[in-house]
Design a protein around this ligand. Structure first.
Ligand SMILES: *Cc1c(COP(=O)(O)O)cnc(C)c1O
Length: 464
């Protein structure tokens, strides 16, 4: 399998090079040249098989000789062995034909572990094979950082630098990053918003000489290898609920649009997803784009679902590429307009086909809190605020009550104990492996929101 950039001006690469590159050199995102298909028979054959086996089978056509398949199957098995549930991503019924897909049983209690536990191992294996080192640079709105650090810690071939917006992530999230004792882990608290952090990272990636000097790479969902493992759980959830004979509806709490785009891919491959509900909090650039065709940056508003407090949803670019029938020049043109003026617009006829695939709504904090309280009162289930955004949106946008609704549970409630306690009266406990989190010493540098300051810090501390 070969991969092409959404902006058409970067080398066509195999899986191994796409993995290490992250962002394409022309600023675009990589996508496979063609979409592999899953036949109904292939879906049927997934039924009852261990999650790691299904993941390996689904991902195989995407590797296409770019990386050793036996190596990947070993890595996938090891990665999902670290999840604290035998089903890896269990489905839990919470209402009438209504389910949550619990994606948070990995080491950092967020769905990002599902992809990153695979990605960190892939990076290390491929770099070791090449006798190379890399510098992982990323920005986090709260959940990517801990998951990236946990995936990269102690790996000889990697240094990892994670920027987070100082004071704007939860204490659990901060401590999950800053208490890691590992020489290759560097936490940078930046005095700005998440989008400021992401801009700093993007600017450093755009500086090609710096990028080469430090061998910079990314682990956020601009990296194709972050998106691919997320396709798997849409397939396993659908199969568990009756696919290929019966479709499902999914509701996805959305920030960077990586998870929602993974649902798009699953459907494109042949997983029967009748409806994908894109659930936003008050920061709703993805919802607004899907509804109006206008992509426009607005101010970031802090909410009780901070992992979604984003005003640039990078993976919309991958969707745009498909909407434009893979016309990379048109994507490059629209994205240039967006990055210069903070706004771009596509024609309504381009947007129209999306109506069949996506429904979308935004959910405010008060509604989230009420839904968490009501769910707990009705069923005894406690969900985190991100999951609640998806559940509320799913109930609101659902077209057919006979189609099972699967709301993605993207974080463990104990990551957001204050919000959960305020809504339900119950303070969720951290799992045993994190019980002493608040007693561990923290390691973090606080830096101004300034390119030179951040760049100098990374240059001084990277070993690549
Ligand atoms: C990252 C994250 C999201 C948003 O996922 P995207 O793929 O960025 O859209 C939602 N919920 C939680 C808990 C997250 O960590």
């Amino acid at each position: 399998m070969k991969y092409v950039s959404t902006r058409g001006d970067a080398p066509v690469l195999g899986f191994d090079d796409v993995l290490l590159a992250g962002l394409a050199r022309d600023g675009g995102l990589y996508l496979p040249e063609t979409w592999p298909e899953l036949s109904p028979a292939a879906l049927t054959a997934f039924a009852g098989r261990p999650y790691a086996e299904v993941a390996t089978a689904l991902m195989a056509p995407y590797l296409g000789g770019g990386i050793d398949e036996d190596l990947v199957s070993g890595i996938v098995a090891e990665a999902y062995d670290r999840f604290r549930h035998p089903a890896v991503v269990p489905l839990r019924q919470v209402g009438d034909n209504e389910w949550v897909l619990e994606l948070f049983h990995g080491p950092t209690l967020a769905f990002k572990d599902v992809a990153l536990q695979v990605l960190g191992r892939l990076f290390d294996a491929e770099l070791t094979r090449r006798s190379e080192r890399l510098t992982i640079l990323g920005a986090t709105s709260g959940d990517t950082g801990p998951a990236a650090i946990e995936a990269c810690r102690d790996r000889q071939a990697l240094d990892v630098f994670i920027l987070h917006p100082a004071g704007r992530i939860s204490e659990v999230q901060r401590r999950q990053m800053t208490t890691v004792e590992s020489a290759n882990v560097h936490n940078l608290a930046v005095e700005g918003t998440f989008d400021d952090c992401q801009d700093l990272v993007k600017t450093m990636f755009a500086d090609l000489s710096l990028r080469d000097e430090l061998r910079l790479s990314a682990v956020n969902s601009i990296n194709w290898a972050r998106v691919l493992p997320q396709v798997v759980y849409y397939a396993t959830a659908a199969v568990a609920l009756g696919a290929p004979g019966r479709p499902i509806a999914v509701s996805v709490p959305t920030g960077n649009f990586g998870n929602a785009f993974a649902a798009w891919i699953a459907r494109r491959m042949g997983v029967p997803i009748a409806q994908t509900i894109v659930a936003s909090n008050r920061n709703d650039i993805a919802s607004r784009f899907l509804t109006t065709g206008i992509m426009e940056v607005q101010e970031v508003h802090p909410t009780t679902s901070p992992a979604m407090d984003i005003q640039v949803s990078s993976n919309l670019e991958r969707l745009l590429f498909e909407l434009f029938d893979r016309d990379a020049a048109a994507v490059a043109d629209h994205m240039a307009r967006f990055s210069h003026g903070g706004r771009m617009e596509i024609d309504p006829e381009r947007l129209a086909p999306l109506g069949e695939v996506f429904d979308t709504t935004r959910v405010d904090d008060a509604t989230v809190a009420r839904a968490m309280g009501e769910l707990y009162a009705a069923s005894g289930h406690i969900v985190d605020p991100h999951t609640a955004v998806g559940l509320v949106a799913g109930r609101k946008c659902r077209r057919d009550p006979a189609v099972p609704l699967v709301a993605l549970a993207t974080a463990h409630p104990a990551k957001f104990p204050d919000t959960v306690e305020a809504a339900t009266g119950v303070r969720p406990e951290l799992p045993a492996h994190l019980a002493d989190l608040f007693d561990r010493p923290e390691h973090c540098a606080t830096l101004p929101c300034d390119l030179a300051a951040v760049r100098d810090y990374v240059v001084a501390n990277a070993r690549a």
